[in-house]
Write a protein that binds this ligand. Structure first.
Ligand code: HEM
Length: 393
């Protein structure tokens, strides 16, 4: 059992004793070292399709992960389907494409932080962390007020499906949310196919690679995947980042003196408190991984947060250091499934920090301890209250 509040001593012990170990309760091998995590994420012969594992296939068959009404998304695909879809989608998510969105991201963040200057107290998670990625997606998909309201209520329910062991209620909630978002988005997509606008959905509908294009169903499934994959994770990096800076006033001061450090700070936040805790694969060939022999069909779970603190890759890994020499952390995964939204979430997190930084002067953590959410999947704060200088003067 890995503790919720401070998993890191357990990660360290596991990595030192058994970088790859068999967890009988989870029926999976678990990887905690950076080298082996890279082998799994980048190497050939690993499948992201859960049905390649017999036990998971049986659970899918029993409907434990819902009825999979929408087409399979990138996350659960293997080549050649994954390669094709990824090649088509990639141009919409390059750093350059995201750069072009910067003015809209800046405006969204400004609106989200507008009340902060006069507030006495703020919950970084509900007031800043969640609203920003959601507002960015509303802006990018160019939904109207009714659509934005629907995205606001339904998007948080989608992530239930990403849990390692989702309970029945979470699966039903995610399915219902998927259905109502699909019903809302489908006519919009149909319309934009004929009358494309400047929004991301129109752009996805126009993507083309050697005569190949995306079907309406693929664009719909992708829009819902973007909402699912980009909401919780980006909210967490904002929340985790503010907490880390509040807990390390020397680093906050350094950053306030030199805002050029914003980019490396976001990377260090991603490394130090990795928002997505796990990535799963099914092994396709008999092989050796660390000390373990793994057979085809067996599952492997990579603990990204453990790999990100492996001293073999990151010197003094338990130190939060925003001036750390850049090294490739695994917060966005690696290899063929490397996060498609990495450039977008980096832009959102950097802009949030850039605008938040001057406002944070004098703010401090409220007396109640920040609460970590119990989740196998996300390193997520439930709430993070800050008190303004006026309130504690
Ligand atoms: C800090 C924020 C984020 C983190 C930590 C994160 C993390 C990850 C990780 C670890 C993966 C790899 C999954 C795997 O290997 O199986 C992934 C994939 C993905 N992410 Fe993100 N993500 C973030 C934000 C976003 C955003 C903002 C979007 C889009 C709006 C997004 C869309 C995706 C998609 C579509 C994939 C699937 C890529 C594929 O399978 O080829 N993510 N993300």
């Amino acid at each position: 059992m890995i503790p919720t509040v401070d998993p890191y001593p357990t990660y360290r012990r596991l990595r030192e004793q058994h970088p790859v170990y068999w967890d009988g309760d989870l029926d999976t091998f678990v990887v905690t070292s950076y080298a082996e995590a890279n082998t799994v994420l980048r190497g050939p012969g690993w499948s992201s399709d859960p049905s390649r594992n017999p036990a998971l296939a049986a659970r899918i068959e029993r409907g434990e992960f819902g009825n999979q009404a929408l087409r399979t998304t990138l996350l659960g695909m293997d080549p050649p389907e994954h390669t094709r879809l990824r090649r088509l989608l990639a141009p919409a998510f390059t750093a350059r494409a995201i750069d072009a969105l910067q003015p809209r991201i800046t405006a969204v963040v400004k609106a989200a932080l507008a009340d902060l200057a006069t507030a006495n107290e703020v919950d970084v998670i509900t007031d800043i962390g969640y609203p920003i990625p959601l507002a960015v997606m509303c802006e990018l998909l160019d939904v109207d007020i009714e659509g934005a309201q629907l995205l606001r209520t339904e998007t948080p329910k989608l992530v239930g499906i990403l849990q390692f062991n989702p309970d029945a209620d979470a699966v039903i909630a995610a399915e219902e949310a998927t259905a109502s978002l699909a019903l809302h988005l489908l006519p919009i997509l149909g319309d934009r196919r004929h009358r494309p606008g400047a929004d991301l959905a129109s752009q996805l509908l126009c993507l083309e690679d050697n005569g190949d294009t995306l079907g309406l169903d693929e664009v719909l499934a992708t829009c819902i995947l973007l909402l699912t994959a980009g909401h919780e994770t980006t909210a967490n990096v904002i929340g985790n980042g503010v907490l880390l800076l509040m807990e390390h006033p020397d680093q906050l001061e350094l950053l306030q003196r030199d805002p050029a450090l914003i980019k490396p700070t976001i990377e260090e936040i991603l490394r130090f408190e990795c928002p997505a805790k796990i990535v799963g694969r099914t092994n396709l060939v008999e092989r050796q991984l660390g000390e373990q022999t793994i057979r085809p069909g067996e599952r492997v779970l990579v603990l990204l947060g453990a790999a990100n603190r492996d001293p073999a890759q990151f010197p003094d890994p338990e130190r939060f250091d925003i001036t750390r020499t850049p090294a490739p952390h695994l917060a966005f995964g690696a290899g063929p499934h490397f996060c498609l939204g990495a450039a977008l979430s980096r832009a959102e997190a950097q802009e949030t920090l850039r605008q938040l930084l001057p406002l944070l002067t004098g703010w401090r953590l409220a007396s109640e301890a920040p609460a970590w959410r119990v989740s196998d999947t996300f390193r997520a704060l439930e709430k993070l209250h800050l008190v303004s200088p006026a309130a504690h003067a």
